[in-house]
Design a protein around this ligand. Structure first.
Ligand SMILES: [Fe+2]
Length: 496
């Protein structure tokens, strides 16, 4: 039986605390299936559907995520390391078709052809010499392009993204990768969470340029045709930095890019010389606090000097300007321990993950002060909003995932940020992924639409696409997939 409740508090106590370890904490938990390899690639014309999808819902949910956790003798160590697989759910006339395919990135092809890892991943490295490690920092030819974090659309190009400067273009029907890179990235590290410039459809993102003088660079890429070569970005603004922070996303208001530098930082030469996998070069330095920088979207001018207590986040939720303040909402953790929590050995053993709190920062440019508050009791991650309507603006609703008694993600949640009211969907032995909001085309309310979430049904040993009414989280329909889909990160709904 599924449940929808209002309101709810976190089953783990206050968000930000470590989720309580349930009985599954010592034995392999049922959700461990979500961290196991899926080798099967298929194309299914029609999935078995329960319920009725609305006629207006037409398009494809495209998702990427790790799906292969070993290459030859080598085992991936971290959830973020797995080789990327693309999944496509196409909805038309109330029916759902499905396809999945490994993303034929350079990383994937090299692993397949040589039977071993060739490129380093987030927390797993192939064996290589000091010479190769030094080469890695300075040569794009040595960087991985295992785009397992997010997908986006830039003009008519469909693109899979990771945090290296090597986006992978693919065909949205066949899921086949293209040989051409869609655009250049002006740096060595970037995010898989670009924003859209609503006015012209350009992509906005930032990159960290590493070297003797490192900097963060915000850049813009105009849309281009699928067959065009790599598009050159326009660098809008640049902020010098000595030790770059690990940042997985950033905020955008009508006027500003919002950079939140958490004190989880790297000394760039260490990346080349330490011999450790990428993320293990970052150090937690809480004495630095969390530093915010605003970069003017028009002039590139930076306004810095905003400081708050140390915290960590992967995901900004939304940002906007109001009454002389810049409001910045994110899913915040007390520290960077979540990165450790997501090592596969821990996850497969059922160790609980730290829960994120929906946190609002108010930045006052007049005096550079920052205040901070928690917006809801429930924990929340993998946040989504009604982006087209609400990004850069005051808003009410955020949807995401929440942890449960197993210590892993067990709920789809909806938070009304204006009053902290929270709704929650859950079902026994079911583990949902990121709920993607799709607005009803004629809808007037901010939450008029459906949520699409890929759910692992651990008891059945397979996954299904779940459609929920975004306003009350009641079930609209579900479409059964004939295999399990390993837990993935992000996807986008592309309308037909
Ligand atoms: Fe993300």
């Amino acid at each position: 039986m599924s449940q929808t409740t209002l309101p709810t508090t976190s089953p783990n106590g206050a968000a930000g605390a470590t989720a309580a370890a349930g009985p599954a904490a010592t034995a392999a938990p049922t959700h461990a299936l979500g961290f196991s390899t899926l080798e099967r690639e298929l194309s299914a014309d029609e999935l078995q559907l329960h319920g009725t999808l609305p006629q207006w819902l037409a398009g494809s949910l495209l998702r990427t995520g790790p799906a292969k956790f070993e290459v030859g003798e080598q085992r991936m160590r971290h959830w973020f390391d797995g080789l990327a697989m693309l999944h496509r759910f196409t909805i038309a006339d109330g029916r759902v078709s499905y396809g999945n395919r490994f993303l034929e990135s350079r990383s994937y092809r090299a692993a397949r052809e040589r039977g071993r890892m060739v490129y380093g991943e987030f927390a797993t490295d192939p064996c290589r010499s000091l010479f190769r490690r030094v080469q890695t920092l300075f040569s794009r030819g040595a960087l991985p392009d295992n785009a397992n974090i997010n997908v986006t659309k830039l003009g008519e190009r469909f693109i899979a993204l990771t945090e290296t400067p090597l986006p992978v273009q693919f065909d949205p029907r066949t899921l086949q990768a293209a040989d051409v890179r869609p655009y250049e990235v002006p740096g060595e590290l970037s995010t898989a969470h670009p924003h859209a410039n609503m006015a012209d459809g350009a992509m906005l993102n930032y990159a960290a340029k590493l070297g003797p003088r490192s900097s963060y660079r915000f850049f813009e890429v105009p849309p281009s045709a699928p067959g065009a070569g790599p598009t050159k970005p326009r660098v809008i603004g640049s902020v010098p930095v000595r030790e770059p922070a690990y940042m997985h996303s950033f905020g955008l208001t009508e006027r500003w890019f919002v950079l939140a530098e958490f004190p989880f930082v790297v000394n760039p030469p260490a990346l080349a010389l330490s011999g450790r996998p990428y993320i293990e070069n970052y150090r937690w330095k809480p004495e630095r606090g969390t530093r915010f920088t605003l970069v003017d979207r028009a002039s590139g001018e930076a306004v810095s000097g905003f400081e708050s207590d140390a915290c960590f986040a992967f995901h900004h939720v939304n940002a906007y300007e109001e009454g002389g303040e810049v409001i910045v909402d994110m899913c915040a953790y007390p520290d960077a321990g979540i990165v450790q929590d997501l090592y596969l050995e821990r996850l497969r053993a059922g160790k609980p993950i730290t829960a994120a709190a929906l946190t609002r920062f108010r930045l006052r440019p007049a005096d550079r002060s920052v205040s901070r508050e928690q917006l809801a009791d429930s924990d929340i991650e993998l946040p989504r909003i009604n982006y087209r309507r609400s990004n850069e603006r005051p808003y009410r609703y955020v949807w995401g995932t929440g942890t449960g008694p197993s210590g892993w993600i067990e709920r789809v949640v909806k938070v009304d940020v204006s009053c902290a009211a929270t709704l929650s969907w859950s079902e026994r032995d079911c583990y949902p992924g990121e709920p993607v909001f799709v607005a009803r085309p004629e809808g007037e309310r901010e939450d008029d639409g459906v949520l699409l979430s890929v759910v692992l049904d651990a008891a059945a040993g397979s996954s299904f696409l779940l459609a929920l009414d975004a306003s009350d989280l009641s079930e609209v329909a579900r479409a059964e997939v004939p295999h399990h889909i390993p837990f993935s990160f992000h996807g986008q709904f592309m309308r037909s």
